[in-house]
Design a protein around this ligand. Structure first.
Ligand SMILES: [Zn+2]
Ligand SMILES: [Zn+2]
Length: 289
């Protein structure tokens, strides 16, 4: 069983020599289970390369794509996902619909004829759309999936997957709440203001979480739906996660800045004498779990 990171960046792809280490593609994480089932977490531009690999592998089982929300960086890779155009594949999109728009409507907009030559209902694969809402629990062949409301600038979910005795929380766009911009009281404030999310992440093996800002940027972007690395470090300690995976990086942060963010986060955890292991996601990173 493994997790593989095909896209780590938030907002917009940022290719170039300043983002080689951490990657320029937008969010896409592959979970491959022991039964060779595949669950894809978000469909940012990273899903394009994953699709090519699945084609080479001649992967014929169902492909499940879990969508946290419909901001463009989480769906923009769908039109370029090769299995979408193969008769051999069945693709199940799982996300949250709302009163006005179904998941199909939400996804078909970017494949409207003005934006892309093929409509979503014209592709060769068999497609299904399944709704999931905060508080829902779904059981699949070998995984158990739970959803919870994330704190973001538009309705967004976070997911917890239990599989083969391991728990993985995927929370790519989320703003952890603190009572003030002063870090000194962050443990008490964080605990009260984020009680539901702490409970959701409690004791999980892997927490893949939004790390969009450093503390200075977070100061000016309160309410934008993203989290600073330092608050995330304290949150991971409160939730007693085993592995904290920094993810969904600011497009303005180059590799040097991301090295700093990683070092600073690790230092906070170390200073608190916590056992949380901090890992920064990099494009192409494969974690055997
Ligand atoms: Zn995003
Ligand atoms: Zn978003």
């Amino acid at each position: 069983m493994y997790l593989k990171f095909w896209g780590t960046r938030g907002s917009i792809p940022v290719p170039g020599n300043k983002t080689i280490k951490y990657g320029g593609n937008t969010p896409c994480v592959e979970l491959r289970t022991d039964n060779n089932n595949i669950f894809i977490l978000d469909a940012g531009s990273g899903i394009r390369e994953l699709g090519k690999h699945l084609k080479e592998e001649d992967f014929r089982k169902d492909i499940t794509i879990l969508l946290t929300h419909y901001h463009w960086d989480h769906i923009q890779g769908i039109p370029f996902f090769m299995p979408l155009y193969s008769e051999q594949n069945k693709i199940i999109f799982i996300g949250e619909s709302n009163k006005e728009r179904s998941i199909e409507t939400l996804l078909s907009g970017q494949m409207d004829e003005h934006y892309f030559p093929v409509k979503i209902n014209q592709v060769k694969s068999r497609i299904e759309f399944e709704n999931i809402s905060s508080g829902n629990l779904r059981i699949f062949d070998d995984i158990e999936l739970q959803a919870i409301r994330a704190n973001h600038s538009s309705p967004a979910l976070a997911f917890k997957i239990q599989v083969s005795g391991k728990s993985i929380v995927y929370m790519p766009d989320n703003e952890l709440i603190k009572e003030s911009l002063n870090l000194s009281h962050s443990f008490a404030g964080l605990k009260n203001l984020n009680a539901d999310l702490i409970q959701f992440c409690k004791d999980c093996d892997y927490l893949i979480h939004d790390t969009f800002y450093d503390e200075n940027n977070a100061f000016t972007k309160k309410g934008w739906g993203h989290t600073s690395n330092s608050i995330l470090a304290y949150f991971s300690i409160l939730a007693n996660v085993k592995n904290l995976i920094l993810f969904h990086f600011n497009p303005d942060y180059d590799d040097n800045k991301m090295d700093e963010i990683y070092k600073e986060t690790s230092k906070i955890i170390k200073n608190e004498k916590s056992n949380v292991i901090c890992v920064a996601a990099t494009e192409g990173l494969k974690l055997d779990i």
